[in-house]
Design a protein around this ligand. Structure first.
Ligand code: CTP
Length: 404
């Protein structure tokens, strides 16, 4: 791997000295570094030592006119392939999670169009504080990468999680992240530009009477994240959504529906498209008849609810005369995940099926473990945030179109 550049943001913490070792390790791996040293960072390492190791100018102040003349902070934020915050202090992460921009480091984090990796280091009580946890989760949801702190004795004398990862570990993670960046180079300018992607998300509601319905606990988070990730790669996205508590994503045409039959109608009227991604947890059955007035209790046992099967939207689209070039289904399974998903791939005639084990807290949660299955391949991914899963899936789809 050559010509890769990393922008290091060195925050203020005792472990800032490890960033100096990191710069040397990265240089040995042919990875160039440039650094921003925060005001607090300068209390722990000097501009001179950082600059001597990177061999480049060290940036320290947002309002330095000479810095702006040589390289504006916007340009600086985009000049590298990856931005690494090391050590990532509670303060830097809080600013980034909340979009604050009152110094060079935070402005850069807000202006960058590159992936950001945080390497946190702090006292164990701070690392476990709900506010820090919240900020870390927000950043993960925004797609940031993390090299989590390790357990051990800290400079403050306490013991626990919070000690910054060792430079070797950080260098390995940076190298892996840069390989991902390399594979994405072919997608610059939007790997899905010119493609129309139709996505279903969330649950459906099948009315029993005017105030009751059958549904499920899908939050829509995964489908919405995929819609955003495809749009970020330049696709025109149509999102057919069941009732969820999420804001309609900006710049994405969102069609709100309630029942499975409405979802099917909305999908069919959005054909043709290039890709159909069926993320919705469609209710399998609906009451045969919706009672038009509220059903009253009368002390008797309730009459059994007669149900009939809903249309299978994914299958309908797969055999449609306007079938999209790529159809991706989801398989929510609680056991024998791969075998069930492979059977579903064949039964529904889709091109890929994304299997996920929903026996844990996937439905409604922020993380997911995906296995992307096609006729000849089983691609197992680690547990990632739903945003990261979405980005990876959108990238896989973009690569598919590049290769076919
Ligand atoms: N699906 C659909 N229409 C339905 C049911 C499911 O489009 N009426 C889609 C889902 O969006 C998903 C895939 O089919 O992409 C598989 O959904 P899943 O709930 O895992 O499976 P089912 O088809 O419902 O089968 P089963 O409940 O027997 O596992």
């Amino acid at each position: 791997m050559t010509d890769k550049r990393v922008l290091l943001i060195i925050g203020g913490g005792i472990s800032a000295y490890k960033s100096l070792l990191l710069i040397r390790l990265l240089a040995k791996r042919n990875i160039k570094t440039q650094a921003i040293l925060t005001k607090a960072g300068r209390e722990f390492v000097t501009e001179l030592s950082v600059g001597s190791l990177t061999g480049e100018k060290v940036f320290t102040d947002l309002f330095s006119l000479s810095d702006e003349a040589e390289m504006g902070h916007i340009e600086l934020s985009r000049s590298a392939d990856l931005v690494v915050v090391v050590p990532a202090t509670a303060d830097l992460m809080a600013k980034a999670a909340n979009g604050l921009a009152n110094d060079l480091a935070s402005t850069t984090l807000l202006a960058t169009d590159k992936r950001v990796m945080y390497v946190p280091a702090m006292n164990v009580r701070m690392w476990e504080h709900p506010a820090v946890k919240r900020n870390v989760q927000t950043l993960r949801n925004d797609g940031a990468l993390f090299v989590d702190p390790e357990e051990g004795e800290m400079a403050c004398g306490e013991f626990g999680f919070g000690r910054m990862a060792e430079p070797e570990t950080i260098a390995d993670k940076i190298e892996t992240a840069l390989k991902d960046v390399t594979t994405l180079d072919g997608l610059k300018g939007g790997g899905l530009a010119g493609k129309h992607v139709l996505i279903t998300a969330g649950p459906t509601r099948e009315p029993i009477d005017p105030v009751r319905y059958l549904s499920n606990c899908s939050s829509g988070k995964q489908g919405y994240a995929i819609a955003k990730a495809c749009a970020a790669l330049g696709a025109k996205v149509s999102l057919v959504s069941g009732p969820v508590c999420l804001d309609a994503p900006t710049g994405i045409e969102t069609i709100n529906i309630e029942s499975a039959r409405e979802m099917l109608d909305a999908c069919e009227s959005n054909l043709p498209c290039d890709v159909f991604i069926s993320v919705a947890a469609v209710a399998d059955w609906r009451p045969t008849k919706m009672v038009t007035t509220k059903i009253k209790k009368n002390g008797d046992a309730i009459a059994p609810l007669a149900l009939e099967e809903n249309p299978d939207i994914l299958k309908t689209i797969c055999v449609h005369k306007k079938r999209p070039a790529l159809v991706v289904g989801f398989a929510a399974e609680t056991n024998d995940v791969i075998a069930h998903a492979q059977a579903k791939l064949v039964k529904k005639s889709c091109d890929w099926i994304v299997a996920n084990d929903v026996s844990g807290d996937v439905m409604g949660g922020d993380n997911n473990t995906m296995i992307v299955i096609s006729k000849n391949d089983v691609d197992t991914w680690p547990t990632l945030t739903k945003t990261q899963c979405a980005q990876r899936l959108a990238e896989k789809i973009a690569h598919h179109f590049l290769e076919n």
